[in-house]
Design a protein around this ligand. Sequence first.
Ligand code: NAD
Length: 474
Amino acid sequence: MNQLFINNEFIASKSTDTMDVINPATGEKIDTITFATEDEVNDAVEKSKQAQLEWEKTPEPTRADHVKLLIPLLEQNKDTLAELYVKEQGKTLASAKGEIDKAIQFIDYMTGLSMNNKGEVLQNSRENETILLTKKPIGVTAGIVPWNAPIMVLMRKVIPAVITGCSVVIKPSEATSLITLKIAELLRASTIPAGLVQILPGTGETVGAQLAQHPDIQLISLTGSMRAGKSVYAESASTVKKVNLELGGNAPVIVTSNADLDKAVNYIVTARINNAGQVCTCPERIFVHQDIHDTFIDKLKAQMEQLTVGDPFDESTDYGAIINQQQLDSIDDKVQNAVKNGAQLITGGHKIKRSGFFYAPTILDHINLEDSAFKEEIFGPVLPIVTYSEFEHALNQANDTNAGLSSYIFSENLKEIMLATEKLKFGEVYANCEAEEVVNGFHAGWRESGLGGADGIHGLEEYYNTTVSYIRYD
Ligand code: NAD
């Protein structure tokens, strides 16, 4: 497929720069995508700029009415979209459909906020003066999207931008450009005016970097790894644009001696195997109280060993494929390294022998705190465990990380839950549940996990500039 989506038209890129699209669950090539050239990026940004200037004149509730029309289009095309999504990304069909449902819920909620753009009347300090603070669309924005949740994250970039009167140039992940271009067909079928959403496949180093440096882009929002986020942050400096970063995590999980272990194991496994462990909020560092350690490990092992891994189209499959060979090798390297350094392999610890890229459900007990499988984000179905004796010490160790996205506590003791909620320095604390990320929440990371955030009323704020107007009448 050689397509760019510019001004509501699919046009062929003039580039010879292409990439094979491989189905991660079979290893077979399913298509080829072509990347946008530098001129094509400039052309798309220029068209975005023109479209935005018209669009900002439209009142916000009317903008939302156009955006809402995406809901029936997504509903009608859910099965076709989900099928292509699974072939390109490797997640289970149920998970693909679940993500589309979440995107629909997101659109519904965010469009419902369209009457909420409120300014302020500020206290005046001089006679005969009124001071108004108004919020205005920031202008042309860019959205850089990862492969692990390309539909939901695409919506997180497109919907707030269009509702607030901005336009957005999207660079999908190289690994999920097909599904993104398929959604462009729905954008084209909607009444959202041409030029407000452009979609340009390309690499981070080319199209991504060009967008980050482009003087006509006022906000760049990237969801991806810390490495990519830091590059975009640096690349954006020359034009002092606003930067919104949703980056990797390394979520701690504290399982106290007061936890309901069946509940804890169930939620930890559910959260860890979501998308084969390739989710930024997945549990990644498990701190288990020494008194319940052995029972916890027995229950966790039993549940991990019951999982069905394989064909993402099979309804009985618990999780599907890892996105590509490189990610699969990276998971295995971290696991083998941890074992070499003394971690006890309770189960798994290997690639699954079949076509495509699959990793076995893995538990690493007594892992060294300095191991990469513990210290860095591990994007796979791997649970690294350590024991603790003092609750406060566990909280301190949980906070001792450069990541700050999500965290978990399992306990039936209210005092422990409240202390954890208060002391864990993360954007999200999940107490006795799996990661939820509600559409009316605010998904934001501390430390190197991000800048700003997404979702809900706070997410919309990222897309506004403010003007303070001083009106004298003496
Ligand atoms: P990635 O960083 O490799 O790529 C993400 C996007 O950034 C891609 O579109 C890529 O092409 C682009 N990119 C890469 N380098 C760039 C550069 N120098 N300049 C501009 N763009 C660049 O990440 P990935 O492998 O696609 O996704 C997995 C990562 O994303 C994980 O770390 C995960 O935790 C994170 N993630 C975070 C959230 C969140 O909400 N915090 C959500 C989903 C994924």
